[in-house]
Design a protein around this ligand. Structure first.
Ligand code: HEM
Length: 397
């Protein structure tokens, strides 16, 4: 990672890059673009599965990865699908492999190949930046994250910083959304009642929109409450990111335990999300548990989707404010549901992740029935499905 990567910098610059790109990722304009792009990319995939006839076998993880990568790259750097996108994907795969390798930088080693791949990616992105400058493409609303950072008019945000960060934004985003989609398909396959309710909710929306002669908008997908509960529950049970690190910037006391200045703390999400003091029968996939949660802390129903994470229950004294509080209170405070982290580093892609998963699930359940093959979740070094979640699909009439 570069020295100005959002994943390693602290202070004002991190806040600036996080704020600018995070706001763009939450904007209705980007959500509309992502929705249109995903519908466009899903259409040929759905047609080809249908064309293969009843019982066609496909690995959900592969298809989700292909589509999600294209959406991500378009949102970050504005590149359209095509040979250059393909090359970028290959280089990114090469780069990512080197992130968990022996730190030996000699020609032929994994790390060396990874850094070379990153350089090639950076060249493509810098060319795009220069092209944008030449064409003065910054007039009008931003179309991608490069536009946002270039348009901020800050001397700190150099071309090199922008291109490095575009690559580093891909690291937490590229795999997590496909894993979310794949896990949802696995959990739904094992819970026929949830699948049926999801299907009914999505079919109802599809038929309503068809009758009105309208195409689906991002707000339609996000308004599907049971679909959102399925995604929330998948995030809770799946623990796609296992936890987050924080460093104490001074001595901190937490519930009688002293954390000395300089110590690093790892917050392990699994121990929160699978805590039976917080969740009844915690290992069970139960989307209905999110229907109504009453919080003694807030004194009202709390929906974790609507409640902004990172706004409450924090302790001062870490390198940022951290989520750390009522893990053992039997309520639905924000710190008992933290798949996207919290505080100043709260994942800027959380809305996007939910939207992409909602769109993928909508098209899958309204177009196909499926029978899942057996597959297993692997949790180390990252969460994934061992076999990529193979299913046999049959098109609905
Ligand atoms: C299911 C999908 C996802 C999950 C579970 C997830 C989870 C996380 C978590 C736990 C963090 C660390 C937060 C912290 O330290 O408090 C994080 C950070 C981050 N995520 Fe995500 N993420 C997802 C999707 C995405 C997407 C789609 C994007 C980009 C479009 C993205 C971009 C980032 C970035 C740039 C950071 C670093 C933020 C910073 O350090 O300032 N993530 N994510």
């Amino acid at each position: 990672m570069g020295k100005s990567s959002i994943l390693v910098i602290n202070g004002g610059l991190q806040r600036r890059v996080h704020g600018l790109v995070g706001a763009f990722f939450k904007s209705p304009q980007l959500k509309a673009q992502v929705t249109a792009d995903m519908q466009r990319l899903l259409a040929p995939a759905l047609a080809s599965w249908r064309h293969q006839g009843p019982g066609a076998r496909l690995r959900i993880q592969d298809h989700a990865k292909t589509i999600v990568f294209q959406i991500l790259v378009r949102g970050l750097i504005g590149l359209e699908a095509g040979p250059e996108m393909q090359q970028l994907k290959q280089q990114f795969q090469e780069f990512i492999v080197g992130l968990m390798s022996l730190p030996i930088k000699l020609p032929g080693t994994r790390l060396y190949r990874s850094l070379q791949a990153k350089k090639r990616m950076a060249r493509v992105i810098q060319r795009i930046i220069q092209e944008k400058r030449r064409r003065r493409a910054l007039d009008g609303p931003p179309r991608d994250a490069i536009d946002v950072l270039m348009g901020a008019g800050s001397e700190e945000l150099t071309d090199e910083l922008i291109s490095d960060n575009m690559i580093d934004f891909m690291i937490p985003a590229e795999d997590s959304v496909p894993v979310l989609i794949t896990l949802a398909v696995k959990f739904l396959s094992e819970c026929p009642l949830a699948l049926q309710q999801l299907e009914e909710e999505n079919m109802e929306l599809k038929m309503r929109k068809t009758d009105l002669g309208e195409t689906l908008q991002w707000t339609d997908y996000m308004s599907l409450s049971f679909t959102q509960h399925v995604i929330t529950e998948t995030l809770r049970v799946g623990n796609i990111i296992s936890g987050i690190m924080r460093k104490a910037v001074r001595d901190v006391e937490v519930k009688g335990h002293l954390i000395p200045k300089g110590w690093r703390v790892f917050m392990y999400f699994r121990s929160v999300h699978l805590d039976d003091m917080l969740y009844e029968d915690p290992c069970k996939f139960n989307p209905w548990r999110w229907k109504v949660r009453t919080s003694p802390t807030f004194g009202r129903d709390v929906d974790p989707i609507a409640t902004p994470l990172g706004s409450t229950n924090m302790i001062e004294g870490f390198d940022e404010w951290v989520l750390w509080d009522s893990w053992h209170e039997k309520d639905m405070s924000t710190s008992s549901f933290t798949p996207f982290g919290g505080g100043l580093r709260l994942c800027p892609g959380l809305d996007l992740a939910r939207l992409e998963a909602s769109i993928f699930l909508h098209h899958l359940v309204t177009s196909f029935r499926w029978v899942a093959e057996e597959d297993h979740i692997v949790n180390f070094p990252t969460v994934r499905l061992k076999g990529g979640m193979p299913i046999r699909v049959t098109a609905k009439d």
